[in-house]
Design a protein around this ligand. Sequence first.
Ligand code: KMH
Ligand code: ZN
Length: 274
Amino acid sequence: MDPLVITVAAVGAELTPEQTPHLPVTPEQLGETARLCRAAGAAMIHVHCRNDDGTNTASVDRFDAAQRAIRTQSDLIVQFTTGGAIGMTVAQRTGPLRLRPEMATLTCGTVNFGDDIFENSFPIMRGILAELERYDVKPELEIFDAGHLANAKRLERDGLLAWPQHCDFVLGVPGGLDASVRNLSFLVDGLPAGCTWSVAGIGREQLPLAAVAIAMGGHVRVGLEDNIYYSRGRLARNDELVARVARIAEELGRPVATPDQARALLKLRTSTTV
Ligand code: KMH
Ligand code: ZN
């Protein structure tokens, strides 16, 4: 099996500093998180940005400062969100792509998101894809629901995507596909040949789905964006969540990928071996 790529989704857009003291808010805190998570076994960091007061921001300057801080403190693959927060425009969601991160997300369809709607119509997806292409940023296809994979296949038929791609199954969002092993294997079975995949289980499903993905040969995303607890009632730090996945992988005989190994596996433009 390929080495395991561990992504840390360290921030998210919805979490507030009142919910956990471990949320990285400033670029400096993101840099420190990157350093700790790299030491714990992460190869990639999924980035949202906050203002100093903890509110979500699409500021290109803030993403620039965050990317610089992460790169100063680590060699992690930097993956920007283009999902942003509910209600953001395509221009806001894609603005930071001009900084040319190595990767960025592309959510492949609209989904209920708690009481909100996370809108990703075909025009929105096409708008994001155009900006990804313009800045030569490799997408990670975010699949929250069964129909999202079908949407990605339609984008491919329309000539807007080429297989294989790297897909991240985000399972357990209230309004999306449930976080179950059955749903995960259904999605993996539907992937076009050659795709790589990871799973991001929400809440208490983060850990069991991570263990399943390690055994299946997939990759894993953990972090506070998806789950703030280490165990019942005990708040987690991002690096602790990464370290636990790395330990489980080691016990299961699966080596953990360095960022450069992950670059080669995911065929990033920054890889020296592709
Ligand atoms: N904050 C969610 C509405 C992504 O980063 O690409 C969307 C999200 C997905 O977090
Ligand atoms: Zn995100």
